[in-house]
Design a protein around this ligand. Structure first.
Ligand code: GRF
Length: 181
């Protein structure tokens, strides 16, 4: 069974969905770069170890050095990003080439970067996607592994759309990882 680390910075609903799914792996640790992130409470509740490395307290180089030390200490083989709001340097990505996976709420290559759902919604898109992809040194530019969509109805609010997107993410991410693992 592979050793995984999940990286998250915020709410952590995808972290929880993965932690509670029946994946054929060891989720060794949650790595979080924000000390007040709600995802830490989720890790405590589920009983998964967590490490907080506050990115704002380090230079990018020192931050990534600390992260690499942790990944080595936990013998991590696959890095799963789930709402992790930091971009890795190309040195870091090269070191873990094809071993970093992310989930992004759009039909990539559309709407890379921040506020993807808001942008698709305000463009009146009738289909909004969720993509699982390998991470390269760009923002949401790596090879797409899987993509599924939700339908937006005329009376859906942005909140309704977010709910649909999250529900899809919580089933798609475990499904894709199960396949990879
Ligand atoms: C998700 O929409 C994911 O696609 C994006 O960040 C969001 C994280 O949500 N990368 P959560 O923290 O897992 O609830």
């Amino acid at each position: 069974m592979k050793n995984l680390a999940i990286f998250a910075s915020g709410n952590g609903s995808n972290f929880e969905a993965l932690a509670c799914a029946n994946l054929n792996c060891n989720i060794r640790v949650l790595i979080c770069n924000k000390k007040d992130a709600y995802v830490i409470k989720r890790a405590q509740k589920i009983g998964i170890k967590y490490e907080i490395v506050e990115s704002e307290n380090y230079s990018k180089k020192d931050y990534e050095k600390k992260i690499i030390e942790l990944l080595q200490a936990y013998e991590i083989e696959l890095i799963i990003l789930a709402g992790y709001m930091k971009i890795f340097s190309s040195d870091f990505v090269d070191k873990y080439s094809n071993k970093i996976i992310n989930i992004h709420p759009s039909k990539l290559p559309n709407y890379r970067g921040l506020n993807a759902v808001e942008r698709a919604f305000s463009n009146n898109d009738k289909e909004i996607g969720v993509s699982v992809h390998f991470v390269d040194s760009g923002v949401d530019t790596g090879n797409v592994i899987a993509c599924e969509c939700i339908n937006v109805s005329d009376d859906d609010t942005l909140e309704d759309v977010f709910k649909k997107i999250h529900d899809l993410e919580h089933s798609l991410y475990p499904k894709v990882l199960r396949r990879i693992l």
